[in-house]
Design a protein around this ligand. Sequence first.
Ligand code: SAM
Length: 334
Amino acid sequence: MSTATARVLSSGLRLPPLPTIRDLVKLYKLQAIKQLSQNFLMDERLTDKIVKCAGDIQDRDIVLEVGPGPGGITRSIIRRQPQRLILVEKDIRFLPTLELLKDCASPLNINIDIHNNDILKFNVEEAVTDLTRRLHLIGNLPFSISTRLLINWFKDLSLRRGAFRRYDTCMTLTFQKEVAERICAPTGHEQRCRLSVMSQIWTRPVMKFLIPGKAFVPKPEVDVGVVKLIPLKTPKTDLPFDLVEKVMRHIFHMRQKYCRRGYATLFPPDNREEVTNELFKLADVKDTLRPFELTLDECLRLATVYSNFINDHPTIANYNFRGPKNLRDISFTM
Ligand code: SAM
């Protein structure tokens, strides 16, 4: 093995000599699999910079890394000396390289648990039982699941479950640049969408920096944004997650139309116009704004009046304008 190097760290921590990630990828013939969105980061300065965005990792903290792959970010995390590191990797081919890191880290008193698992199915409550320790979620996420994973995590956050039983679990994650911009987009921004609103109801997302696509192997077609999402101690709403998600999906599915157009599809056609007018009045929202012009507060007022409305008309909660005909036939009187 060539270019084995020992890393002396600012903390004084010295990792035992290790082959470079590039050498490991070659040695184990770890060709990237497109379906698993595999784009590897080989540059240690970049992996260190991502991990630095997570903030202070104290020696009692736990880090969960999503998709460690050959272990570039994993090495940067180890150098920050958490008490425990949980790795969740779907591709079994990476296990030998991760086991190698585990062996190197054990004399440094860093416990590493390697799970060959899908992060979308991974049970964090089983893996992390000690709630006296702070948890950090870090990952150069596979593009194919990043939005789904984030929405799942917001739901967990709203229910204070999974990785979010403590309010201070921060997420430091990579996304396609455009997705990163959407997550952080303020009212009126051209990228403002459902994901912006959902992100900003439960967290404060901060765009940290951009990584050019050419820094990855293989090079993706897009640049990448590193976003830190800091959970809000007090979320902007205590309405049920699924209800908020549904209302935002309807409001934003016709981006260029007046926001009333998408909102109206929450209701069966017969009384749609009448109910929509009434609820916009009750919410005190101008119905000719475009969805991207709505503030977070206006979005939530529209969700609140919808919630009150379905409490009075429970059958409407099941109405699905895209659903089978029998579900579209629900009618009601105001
Ligand atoms: N962390 C490595 C790096 O920065 O070089 C690899 C990042 S690569 C973009 C995404 C990684 O996530 C791959 O290792 C891939 O196998 C893994 N992965 C893909 N889908 C996954 C899933 N559902 N659960 C866990 N890991 C997954």
